[in-house]
Design a protein around this ligand. Structure first.
Ligand SMILES: *Cc1c(COP(=O)(O)O)cnc(C)c1O
Length: 401
């Protein structure tokens, strides 16, 4: 039982402290209990905890929308639709894209392209996009029509009659998280953007994991100066304090939903807690911390230290089969002392993470990929502790002989 959070650390019911090595499943940004976020939530709770977004607005939601739009170049992504979590942020993008094409006289554009090993959430539509057998095999025939492609080359090679049926391509930019921190080749995202433009297909970016600094920039798409037609934000949006998500889109999409007399172009989609003032206030406070504490500027050195510790470890240890880093995110593939993969099903990755607990680190693997995704507030000592705890956990479970 976790009873308390203090900065980058969590405390259990016995009072033992652990470094939050996966940012509480990729959500926490500035540490637990950041005073600025706490007091913002407390103040808002006393003013207005919630009111419906059906026909009404609220100040934190409007201010946050402006702040999120302000994170992107002028007149690119200008509109914000709120939901509650990553899955529904994706769901919302899918529904907007489908309805857009239907209203614009291209109803045949009704399917989506998504990548093998992708993870976009667990609601029916989002799960249909997914390409990880464990999570998705039981739902693969439900949800929206999806064309699964291996990579960009596969997408480009699709027959024209398939391409003309695509409403959008959906991708986790730069790095696929749940797949085991798999990196896309450099430049792939901007090539994908160009292909989408060429074929009139929307580009939906799932930045639920990569958003809010994880990759070293505020958003992953900024590494390749790509502007999507839709971007889904969630996990880190509130600094990891409250469930809130946002789907940003363009003026072009927004305008298509304005009814002319005698028409009904309404987007019949919404959740009871859309635009929740508490979540929006927390998100505003989180964005302010990015500025006031120069979070991204300070991150550069931390990413470098993490990278050099991991390289040093990899060079000295044949049990590390591969190490991948994207900004402050790391995936470490482990194997046996000869460097071979473990038999799948032995769950060695899970055992190593369990062993690392005794050395003061909490994290979860993806199969035999150890995942390190510290809150951005982690300092150099925290980074050293995290790597040392994984090393010790691996030594406990897989001795070097
Ligand atoms: C976690 C995640 C989701 C789903 O978000 P939830 O808030 O868990 O619904 C979608 N896409 C990516 C890339 C994620 O990492």
């Amino acid at each position: 039982m976790i009873v308390r959070g203090e900065g980058a650390y969590l405390v259990d019911q016995l009072g033992k402290r652990y470094l939050d090595g996966n940012s509480s499943i990729w959500t926490n940004i500035h540490g637990h209990g950041h005073p600025a976020i706490i007091s913002a939530i407390q103040g808002q709770a006393a003013t207005l905890a919630h009111s419906s977004a059906l026909g009404f607005g609220n100040e934190p939601a409007a201010e946050l929308a402006a702040a999120l739009v302000g994170c992107f170049p002028k007149e690119t992504l200008t509109k914000v639709f709120y939901t509650d979590d990553g899955s529904t942020a994706i769901e919302c993008a899918l529904r907007l894209a489908l309805q857009y094409w239907e209203m614009e006289g291209q109803p045949e554009r009704a399917s989506f392209a998504a990548f093998d090993s992708a993870y976009h959430g667990d609601t029916m539509g989002a799960a249909a996009l997914g390409g990880i057998a464990t999570f998705h095999k039981r739902v693969s025939k439900l949800g929206v029509p999806v064309c699964h492609v291996k990579d960009l080359t596969h997408l480009i090679g699709l027959p024209p009659e398939e391409v003309s049926k695509l409403a959008a391509v959906v991708i986790e930019p730069l790095i696929q998280g749940a797949a085991g921190m798999r990196l896309w080749p450099k430049g792939m995202l901007s090539e994908l953007r160009a292909w989408c433009d060429q074929h009139g297909v929307f580009l939906i970016l799932d930045e639920v994991m990569t958003g809010f600094g994880r990759t070293g920039k505020m958003f992953a798409c900024q590494h390749e100066e790509v502007i999507p037609d839709f971007i889904a934000l969630a996990k880190g949006l509130t600094g990891g304090t409250l469930p809130l998500a946002a789907t940003l889109t363009t003026q072009r999409v927004f305008d298509a939903f304005l009814s002319r007399p005698g028409e009904d172009r309404t987007f019949y989609y919404g959740h009871s807690y859309c635009g929740n003032p508490l979540g929006c206030t927390a998100a505003l406070a989180s964005l302010q911390i990015f500025e006031e504490e120069a979070v991204l500027a300070k991150l550069a050195n931390k990413m470098e230290v993490l990278g050099s510790l991991l390289r040093e470890w990899q060079n000295a240890d044949r049990r590390l089969r591969d190490v991948r880093q994207c900004g402050f995110i790391a995936g470490i593939d482990i194997g046996d002392p000869s460097g071979a993969a473990f038999p799948s099903g032995d769950k060695i990755g899970a055992q190593v993470c369990l062993a690392a607990r005794a050395h003061g680190l909490l994290t979860r693997p993806v199969n035999d990929t150890l995942v390190l995704m510290l809150p951005l507030c982690a300092d150099l000592d925290d980074i050293r502790l995290a790597v040392a705890a994984l090393q010790a956990g691996l030594r406990d479970v897989v001795p070097v002989e």
